[in-house]
Design a protein around this ligand. Structure first.
Ligand code: SAM
Length: 247
């Protein structure tokens, strides 16, 4: 329905001049909010020492930076089709391997990675077939005991973002296409790609304005809601997080 090439090219051009995603989100008012997001992805990936980690749609690499800060000796790869955010990643004070490529055509050999994170990037691919094909390829890239963690916008929390409440250009930024997932279609697309879904959870349950006042306590409380009250988190969480393995 959406012209894949045109929609993605518009997004790529937008991302070339986008506000540094990491700076906007980690260093400013949404610091705690982002710590919750990155901590959830890190924990559910189950990253161990010296593993190969790939962040698909990494932008300027805020997740890779987070993994690096854990000092676990992991080898960090980030892929994005926008060149400028990757250049910013290169200026950061840690070693990573940025790859400028389209995630629909990934330039890696099968079985290369222990852990793959796709943080708010799959939702921007404007075709169900392409999203499933990307997930299939991710499955091939993963080692036998590897894991994949995906985060996407939760349709329940963001339905005003696009005109029909499900998919299309953002009302506030028409260069960006978003597909708004609910837990069922997220699970369904992952399974159609031949991967096993271990769990789908909601994350980022507490609004930013409360987190600013509560700091670490709020972070702890938010992480607990996602872990202990999955039903509540699927309704309240701003994002959905899926934990996947190879079958
Ligand atoms: C919402 S941003 C998220 C960035 C990053 N994952 C984070 O959380 O900080 C989505 C990213 O996906 C990238 N992206 C979208 N479609 C892509 C594609 N087909 N191939 C590679 N990167 C893509 C965009 O350039 C953008 O940097």
């Amino acid at each position: 329905m959406w012209n894949m090439k045109e929609t993605q090219e518009r997004e790529r051009r937008f991302r070339e001049k986008d506000t540094p995603f990491g700076e906007f989100t980690v260093k400013t008012k949404t610091k705690w909010w982002n710590i919750i997001h990155l901590r959830n992805v890190y924990d559910f990936l189950g990253i161990k020492k010296c593993e190969y980690v790939l962040d698909l749609g990494c932008s300027d690499g805020r997740f890779l930076e987070y993994v690096n800060a854990k000092k676990n000796g992991c080898v960090l790869f980030g892929l994005d089709f926008a060149r400028n955010p990757l250049k910013r990643l290169l200026t950061k004070n840690f070693r990573s391997y940025p790859v400028c490529a389209d995630m629909c055509r990934m330039p890696f050999k099968g079985g290369s990675f222990d852990r793959v994170a796709v943080i708010q990037a799959l939702q921007q691919i404007p075709s169900r077939e392409e999203r499933i094909s990307i997930l299939k390829n991710v499955g091939n890239l993963m080692k036998e005991r590897g894991s994949l963690v995906l985060t996407v916008l939760n349709q329940k929390s963001w339905c005003n973002l696009v005109e029909n409440g499900k998919e299309g250009p953002l009302v506030t930024s028409p260069d960006i296409y978003e597909y708004l997932y609910d837990p069922c279609d997220l699970r369904e697309e992952i399974e159609a790609a031949g991967l096993a879904v271990l769990a789908v959870k909601g994350i980022n349950n507490i609004p930013v304005r409360y987190l600013k006042k509560t700091g670490y306590f709020g972070v702890f409380f938010d992480l607990m809601i996602s872990r202990l009250f999955t039903g509540v988190s699927l309704k309240r969480g701003r994002y959905l997080l899926a934990i996947c393995r190879k079958k």
